[in-house]
Design a protein around this ligand. Structure first.
Ligand code: NAP
Length: 308
């Protein structure tokens, strides 16, 4: 297929598990494929200390898994890290699309958006002020600084529970606050949390993060008792979910669902011809194995539509 230096058959935007897998399948089918990422390969998977539900690996760290997938992708496709896509020009009824990045521009016949999600902010007083001075969204990145210190984890999903367990394991004094009386996390993580003896503030809302130069305490509101309590902590780890990284999808006027995730058909085709989406940016079951599968399907659809 195409051979010119800046012309590709397929450009994949985002080099997490979905994008890297799309790279493997696209390039192996004979499409000249480029995978671009504004950061380094891996996305949020890099922050996972332990992955124990990806078939073939009973236990593997996120970075290690990404290293392996990246090496495999690089056998077939071209990967450019630290090259964010700024705009995509895809006029209706024109077969070639233009992808403008921070470093250059490319032409392509097909695009797979695998842009993932971004972490949601809690939106309370003190959150922005103390970012990097006690506030974190990543236990694996920052947890080490909080050994032997009191920290509060916010949220009731898999990420919050995993974060809490990781922090306790490295020696922090951990408590968790959740807005309901039931966690959303997988049952086995809930059991691990219970066994670890981590205190949970149930039915409670974190109202404010207080401190001087660094975090010193959090103000909690117990909804059941309608009471407030100031709890001394030096760290706050926020895990209140994710939102789709959909700015390119919005730019392209792709059909999105009510929560902003890109709508696709079973072949990962979006509402625009030649544009596909895969992984967390499409919502659904947000697990690495699903992201990889969607990447493979998207690349196969691109091949079918271009060649088949
Ligand atoms: P999530 O499952 O959406 O959970 C977010 C948690 O934050 C929920 O418990 C939610 O409460 C709470 N929350 C949301 N907004 C809040 C607010 N404003 N104030 C207080 N609490 C708030 O997010 P996640 O844990 O980041 O997981 C994202 C996806 O990745 C999920 O599909 C998850 O299964 C997957 N994941 C899987 C693993 C794994 O080990 N397999 C690890 C990480 C992530 P409610 O429960 O009341 O809604």
């Amino acid at each position: 297929m195409t051979n010119d230096k800046e012309n590709y058959d397929l450009i994949v935007v985002g080099a997490g598990p979905a994008g890297l897998t799309a790279g493997i399948f696209g390039a192996r089918s004979g499409l000249k494929t480029l995978v671009l990422d504004k950061g380094i390969c891996g996305g949020l998977t890099n922050e996972a200390t332990l992955i124990d539900n990806y078939p073939g690996f009973r236990r593997i760290g996120g970075m290690e898994l990404i290293e392996k997938i990246k090496a495999q992708t690089a056998d077939y496709a071209e990967i450019q890290e630290l090259e964010g896509v700024v705009t995509i020009e895809a006029p209706e009824h024109v077969e070639t699309m233009r992808v403008v990045t921070e470093k250059g521009e490319y032409r392509t016949s097909a695009i797979i958006l695998a842009t993932g999600t971004k972490k949601r902010k809690l939106g309370v007083k003190g959150e922005a002020e103390f970012l990097g001075r006690g506030i974190s969204y990543c236990a694996t990145c920052d947890g080490y600084f909080f050994r032997n210190k009191a920290v509060m984890v916010v949220g009731g999903g898999d990420s919050a529970v995993r974060g809490a367990l990781y922090l306790q394991n490295i020696g922090a004094e951990v408590s968790l606050i959740h807005r309901r009386e039931e966690l959303r996390a997988e049952q086995y993580l809930q059991t691990a949390l219970k066994e670890a003896g981590i205190h949970i503030f149930w039915n409670s809302i974190l109202k404010e993060i207080r401190g001087e130069k660094v975090v010193r305490s959090v103000l909690l509101h117990d909804k059941a008792r309608d009471s407030e309590e100031e709890v001394p902590v030096e760290g706050v780890f926020i895990y209140v979910g994710e939102d789709p990284a959909n700015s390119l999808a919005l730019q392209l006027h792709l059909m999105l669902d009510a929560n902003g995730y890109i709508s696709t058909d079973r072949g990962q085709r979006t509402s625009r011809t030649g544009i596909y989406a895969a992984g967390d940016v499409t919502g659904g079951v947000r697990q690495i194995v699903v992201a990889c599968a969607e990447g493979a399907v998207a690349a196969s659809s691109a091949y079918d539509d271009l060649v088949g």
